[in-house]
Design a protein around this ligand. Sequence first.
Ligand code: SAM
Length: 210
Amino acid sequence: MEHKIIVAGIGPGNPRYIVEEAKEAIANAKVLVGGKRALSQFKSIEAGQKTMTIAADIPGVLSFIDKELQENDVVVMVSGDPGYYSLLDALRRNYSAKKLQVIPGISSMQLAFAKLSLPWHDAELVSFHGRVPQEEKLVYEPGRIVGMLTDGKYNSHTIPEVFMAMGWPRETKLGICSRLSYEDEVIIETTLGEAKKFEVYTHCILVVTG
Ligand SMILES: C[S@@+](CC[C@H](N)C(=O)[O-])C[C@H]1O[C@@H](n2cnc3c(N)ncnc32)[C@H](O)[C@@H]1O
């Protein structure tokens, strides 16, 4: 029998935000792959699941999956939605679509827009997570909405500087959404010019509304 890789989105962090189908796939997994935090939250010791932690060694994770697929389905947990900056990208480069089953999750980006009560159908979505978006995605236009992933370097202090250098007015509205779905979640509505009055937030979502 051909085994599959089931890529399950686990949402922004709090288990209340995972869809039932992903919960079931994770609970029934014989082989479970995920980040350290996801594994400590979801691995079942009673079920005797075989696990592999996703860290920096992605080729190592891929060869573990390859080996395990000979005997079992492999469930890979990724944060948020698998289709949005996750290991699905590397898996799709190595396996055909029919070898994969993807279970969607609630993206941190979706939850940020929900928390700010903003529709996101017209928003430009970009990532500053380990990369810098193309300049044309950041050009100022009145009414333009940009949602972004961030990291340690590009954060709630440095990104507003990038936008203001691109001509966005200091008064432009900025939403800072940190630790979404967790008990210590922070949602701040401020402006690009005032962002530095708050502590620095890294690995969060920022939304600017021009
Ligand atoms: C590699 S990306 C993964 C995105 C994920 N696939 C998704 O759909 O949310 C990691 C980035 O997602 C954002 N992120 C993930 N979880 C978050 C949370 N609970 N609160 C705020 N931002 C979060 C941060 O910008 C973080 O640096």
